[in-house]
Design a protein around this ligand. Structure first.
Ligand code: PEP
Length: 240
């Protein structure tokens, strides 16, 4: 894995045509690994138009490779289509689709078993932060989520405070620094590996410069600002 990873989470946006237009415009960064997470309906088109040096992945997958799971996406097929990555445990999956730490753990195992790199997303809600439970919550999400992981294989973690996702309310550099240092210590003990630790939550071309200089920030997971090729390229270039 490259030392910096800048990932675009397009969520439930962009048609295959929109995806193709984006990929033709997008200038891949020199220093960071760019990763595109399109909705599954665009996977085929993205796999065809992904620029050299850029990777892509699924926003979600099931924890079984195949079978009677109507409406779900197979990690094995994602891999066969050329995906390198899959997001696991995004806060929208946790809050809107009732995903648990246990499901995240199973998905990470399945993803690694298929040769995909899982990116475990975690972060506290505003209420949890206000109640002084930020560290307890993200430690639980990290340890439980990685319970079945193989640390000899690549994986990444994205710290995304729920109150900063899609709200325009970016975490301060102090808040990001504190959470990342805390997660880094646990990750080092747990895995013994250099696991990339990304920040996500209202990252923009305006605020990415100072966030990229926060210790232990190894990249960004970007939602809203990743929908425009030039804005996402500017964010990706903050690690040059
Ligand atoms: C996300 O969904 O992972 C995210 C960080 O979104 P946004 O950048 O829009 O806050």
């Amino acid at each position: 894995l490259k030392p910096f990873i800048v990932a675009a989470n397009w969520k439930m946006n962009k048609s295959p045509d929109d995806a193709e237009i984006f990929l033709k415009e997008f200038k891949a960064p020199a220093a960071a690994q760019a990763v595109i997470f399109p909705q599954a309906l665009c996977a085929e088109r993205v796999s065809r138009w992904i620029p050299a040096g850029v990777q892509w992945g699924g926003q979600n997958c099931h924890f079984e490779k195949a079978g009677a799971f109507t409406g779900e996406n197979s990690p094995e097929i994602l891999k066969k289509m050329g995906a390198s990555w899959v997001l696991v445990g995004h806060s929208e999956r946790r809050t809107l689709f009732e995903e648990s730490d246990e499901t995240a753990a199973k998905k990470i195992k399945a993803a690694q078993g298929c040769g995909l790199i899982p990116m475990l997303c975690l972060g506290e809600t505003l209420m949890e932060r206000d109640e002084g439970r930020m560290q307890a919550v993200i430690e639980r999400q990290l340890r439980e989520g990685l319970k079945l992981a193989d640390f000899a294989q690549p994986l990444a973690v994205a710290y995304e405070p729920v109150w900063a996702i899609g709200t325009g309310r970016v975490a301060s550099t102090e808040q990001v620094g504190e959470a990342h240092l805390f997660l880094r210590r646990i990750l080092k003990n747990l895995t013994g590996a250099a696991v990339p630790l990304l920040y996500g939550g209202s990252v923009t071309p305006q605020n990415c410069g100072e966030l990229s200089r926060v210790p232990e920030v190894n990249g960004f997971l970007v939602g809203g600002a990743s929908l425009k090729a030039d804005a996402f390229a500017a964010i990706a270039a903050s690690f040059n």
